[in-house]
Write a protein that binds this ligand. Structure first.
Ligand code: URA
Length: 478
């Protein structure tokens, strides 16, 4: 039996795994010791890692991407799983990852998605407190993740608060942003984190203002906000009061502006249940002439969501968003922007096709503000489920639904704007159908096509997906 001593990091594992693979050491002969589980017996031979060593072992880039994430899991047996997979991939099973029933492949997916969930929890539950030091104002949060996601989750805060100085402390690691670079440091005791400050009051009133009384769901709150996070969250102090007032506020909202489709949205639903429920939506009259509601599709853990206007003729018939001529323009732009469509979620502001019948043809007719408002509950629910980092609004209808009625795509496209509470950020761009309608002869069509690609590229970089995923993907040598 070989005991391989590594640091509890993917880089250290990879160095050691390379050396073992080059020697052909079988996984069942290896015990991994990352210092976090019990010490090996004195009788075991120790194999030091070989930093930076070159290897001939080649593994799919998809494996490296997933393994790097899975390595952040706290399960001590993750190194066994990763090495077993690396060994099998390089010893006669190159297509192993396509076998979705293989126990190692299943475990890799479980580890990676638990880490991603923990990263999302970190985005949602970190609460900064304002402090003053010799350099002025800074913000410090205490946050204890379940897995080693501090550096991963920190990238989100660096994008979100690029001009603030901030640090997130946990017992195992800390990260700090000075306005230029993210630095990972050692853990810090809980006492180093500041207690409440004036910002908490601000946060409570912000939370109270975005709290939706019509969708009060304490069971869901308890499920999604584990008790260990609640003490750090100033808004928990106002939850009881908000819940008590919810029925009254719901009535008041009903008299004002709540989207009528929220009445058709089932509680606790996943994407498929929502898509089924949307078929029964009667919040406006568009359902009566459309073939079906066309719900959003794609990855529900996507960090990038694309929102169009409404399904067209082909989408209405086939039941999928962006599969007609506008979809082809979009697909080509996505490809040029380095965004695999399967990695994003694609939906529309309005879920039913609105058209005028001209002979045999059904011509697109723009949904009016009442119809957009009626459907908005579905879009809000999709965004609340996915919690993307970035929303791309394709055209004015989507931009005005999410960014306000005065938003002008012609003047404001291609800029990163705040999109709370729907997403951290948004970018508005041309609708692909507007490109199809543009003048070919004066260069407008080509210019808009290029602008769509560059706006999508900006969104992908901001969300860190596809070809813009942060470093993880391109490498192929283990
Ligand atoms: N136009 C849209 O806005 N959405 C679609 O799904 C198709 C065309």
């Amino acid at each position: 039996m070989r005991v391989v001593t590594i640091e509890p990091t993917f880089a250290s594992f990879r160095d050691a795994a390379r050396a073992l693979l080059d020697e052909g050491v079988r996984p069942e002969l290896v015990t991994w010791d990352d210092g976090e589980r019990q010490q090996p017996s004195l009788f075991d031979a120790s194999v030091p890692s070989a930093p930076g060593r070159r290897t001939t072992a080649r593994v799919p880039a998809a494996f490296l991407a997933r393994a790097e994430i899975a390595a952040l899991h706290s399960d001590p047996s993750r190194w066994d799983v990763l090495y077993r997979l690396a060994f099998r991939l390089t010893h006669g099973e190159p297509g192993l990852l396509d076998d979705a029933a293989d126990p190692d492949v299943v475990r890799l997916a479980e580890l990676a998605s638990a880490v991603r969930r923990d990263e999302h929890r970190m985005h949602a539950f970190v609460r900064f407190r304002r402090v003053e030091d010799e350099d002025g104002e800074a913000f410090v949060a205490w946050y204890e993740p379940e897995h080693d996601v501090l550096a991963l989750g920190g990238e989100h805060f660096a994008r979100r608060y690029p001009n603030m100085r901030w640090a997130i402390l946990s017992s195992r690691r800390s990260i700090a942003w000075d306005g230029r670079a993210l630095e990972v440091g050692p853990g810090a005791p809980r006492v180093r984190a500041p207690e409440g400050d004036g910002l908490e009051e601000l946060f409570r009133s912000y939370y109270a203002s975005i709290f939706s009384p019509a969708r009060t769901n304490l069971a869901l709150f308890e499920k999604h906000v584990p008790s260990r996070f609640r003490a750090e969250m100033p808004e928990t102090a106002v939850v009881a009061e908000l819940v008590r007032d919810a029925p009254e506020r719901t009535r008041a909202m009903a008299a004002k502006k709540t989207s009528p489709s929220l009445a058709f949205v089932p509680p606790h639903a996943d994407r498929d249940e929502l898509a089924r429920a949307a078929q029964a939506c009667r919040a406006c009259d568009l359902y009566a002439r459309a073939t079906q509601a066309v719900f959003g599709e794609g990855s529900t853990s996507a960090s990038l969501v694309l929102v169009g206007e409404q399904p067209g003729d082909q989408e209405d018939i086939q039941g999928h968003p962006f599969v007609g001529p506008a979809g082809r323009v979009l697909d080509e732009a996505l490809e040029r922007a380095g965004i695999p469509r399967r990695e994003v979620y694609v939906t529309n502001a309005v879920k039913h096709f609105k058209f005028e019948q001209r002979g045999k043809r059904r011509l697109h007719s723009k949904p009016n503000p009442v119809e957009v408002h009626a459907c908005r509950g579905w879009l809000e629910t999709e965004l609340a489920l996915i919690q993307p980092e970035v929303v791309v609004c394709l055209g004015a209808t989507a931009a005005q639904a999410l960014l306000g009625r005065t938003f002008k795509v012609t003047q404001q496209r291609g800029q990163i704007v705040d999109a709370s509470p729907f997403a951290a950020q948004a970018v508005a761009t041309w609708h692909p159908s507007a490109i199809l309608r543009a003048d070919k002869t004066d260069g407008s069509m080509e210019r808009m096509r290029e602008e769509l690609v560059s706006d999508l590229t900006l969104a992908a970089r901001t969300a860190g997906i596809g070809a813009h995923a942060r470093k993880r993907r391109a490498v192929r040598v283990l």
